[in-house]
Write a new protein. Structure first.
Length: 482
């Protein structure tokens, strides 16, 4: 039985002959088999960049009068688990054993394999393959080495009973029918008609070959093929090679330029970012024991170049944001009367852009004061500090409890124009989740009161209330003082 991938070429083509260096053995291949083996080795060589992969397989044929006739070959499947070399894994060896166990016609008479990236010499894996699968009998080992996309060199090693026969060294030959000693194809004549003694009639008659002189049995020299001459009118003018357009070069330059520009911009942005400084935020009872004196490092605040700040206070479950002017910030001190024993403070400094620095402090419990602290005033400040930029703590009507309050920030120039206290009522609608869905104030004529009303509505939109089962409405009174 012949496998589906077994290539068999009947010996009807011109034969290529190889004689062992000692002249004891002769080996014959058809020209078609030589070309197909060479194509297999070169195809594997070109399948991967640089060195490609190696391939190998079984040689099929027969022996006659001490001469080996190679009629076909079959590739041995190789997983190349260990790289591009032709190194069989355990699964590959199991499949090879199964293949050799099956009968085949013609019979297996040898092995071939290719070598890439190294010299074509038997290695330990080749010897192990011979010892394991061909321990008895005479076989041939064909060594192929592709050198480029058209040429391949070859050498043969004969082995008997698992051992390589010692032969004089010789140079590998170009594996090409045009460069080998060739002989006419074998002619197999039909069996003659039956005679009284049919057993004496031969099955096939092979014409005897004339004895060859010793000098003719030497390999032909590798000479370049002859040139063919052409008339001058048949020679076409040379066509200049077309310049290859390397479109990827400008694309790569653009990508590199973009990446470099982005890196430079990131370094520039990092260099322009202000240096974060430690403010050493602290809170202790004031001298009158009626409020907490919140202090910070005024020199560090001045070094950042901050123009204003925001003091965030978590007084129990209520959150307040207290704006601080430049004068209050540089003073380094702010008085706050807490309403709960759990107090958390956070001071953030701002300039013209993002936050410049900050600090936080958590007091659990807050220091005890001499008397019950009144509701904290959002515009309270030390006596020698500039007035705050926010209004006093707002009053509100309604049952929903505020959990986050925001005070409007009023510039010092506007506050200086106030002649007295100004109350702005803002009515807000609150969703069940505690978010302000709308806020509006009574319409007033244009002027300072209209500006204060606008700022109060903006601040009311940022308030948050405790969740409830339904929507509600509440009025917040913002009080502005000079």
């Amino acid at each position: 039985m012949i496998a589906a991938n077994l290539v068999v070429n009947p010996i009807i083509d011109e034969l290529c002959r190889w004689d062992s260096p000692g002249g004891t053995e002769s080996l014959f291949l058809s020209a078609a088999t030589v070309r197909e083996l060479r194509a297999k080795a070169i195809e594997a060589f070109l399948s991967l960049p640089r060195r490609g992969v190696e391939t190998g397989g079984l040689l099929f044929g027969n022996q006659r009068d001490g001469r080996l006739f190679i009629q076909g070959f079959e590739e041995i499947p190789c997983e190349h688990r260990y790289g591009p070399s032709f190194a069989l894994s355990n699964d590959d060896r199991a499949r090879l054993t199964d293949r050799l166990a099956r009968d085949s016609s013609p019979a297996v008479i040898g092995v071939y394999r290719s070598y890439t990236g190294r010299d074509a010499e038997l290695d330990d894996g080749d010897l192990t393959l011979i010892h394991e699968h061909f321990p008895t009998g005479q076989f041939v080992f064909l060594l192929l080495q592709p050198v480029n996309a058209q040429a391949c060199i070859a050498g043969f090693r004969l082995f008997r009973d698992g051992e390589v026969l010692a032969e004089p060294s010789y140079a590998p030959a170009l594996f090409d029918p045009d460069n080998w000693n060739t002989e006419p194809p074998l002619v197999v004549q039909a069996e003659p008609a039956a005679e009284p003694e049919p057993e004496s009639a031969p099955e096939a008659v092979i014409p005897p070959e004339a004895p060859e002189p010793a000098e003719l049995r030497a390999p032909k020299p590798l000479l370049p093929p002859p040139y063919r001459t052409f008339p001058m009118e048949e020679i076409a003018p040379p066509v200049p090679p077309r310049a290859r357009v390397r479109w990827w070069v400008p694309v790569a330059l653009c990508l590199m330029g973009g990446i470099g520009g982005a890196a430079i911009y990131e370094l520039w942005a990092i260099s322009r970012q202000p240096r974060w400084v430690e403010l050493y935020l602290d809170a202790k009872p004031a001298a009158d024991a009626q409020a907490l004196a919140v202090t910070w490092d005024a020199a560090a605040a001045r070094s950042t170049g901050a123009t204003h700040a925001l003091l965030g206070v978590n007084d129990g479950s209520v959150h307040r944001d207290i704006p601080l002017s430049t004068a209050q910030l540089q003073l380094g001190r702010y008085l706050y009367a807490p309403a709960n024993r759990e107090l958390e403070l956070r001071l953030v400094l701002y300039g013209n852009g993002p936050a410049l620095s900050g600090g936080s402090l958590r007091l659990e419990p807050a220091p005890s004061l001499a008397a019950a602290a009144a509701p904290p005033s959002m515009n309270s400040a030390p006596a020698n500090a500039a007035p705050p930029t926010a209004a006093a703590e707002p009053r509100s009507t309604g049952t929903r409890k505020a959990v986050h309050e925001v005070q409007p920030s009023i510039p010092a120039g506007i506050r200086a124009r106030l002649n007295g206290t100004v109350d702005i009522p803002v009515t807000v609608k609150i969703s069940p989740k505690g978010l302000v869905t709308s806020a509006y104030a009574p319409s007033v004529p244009d002027g300072i009161r209209a500006y204060l009303s606008h700022e109060a509505v903006r601040a009311a939109h940022l308030w948050r209330f405790a969740p409830s089962s339904g929507s509600s409405e509440k009025t917040i009174y913002f009080t502005f003082a000079p």
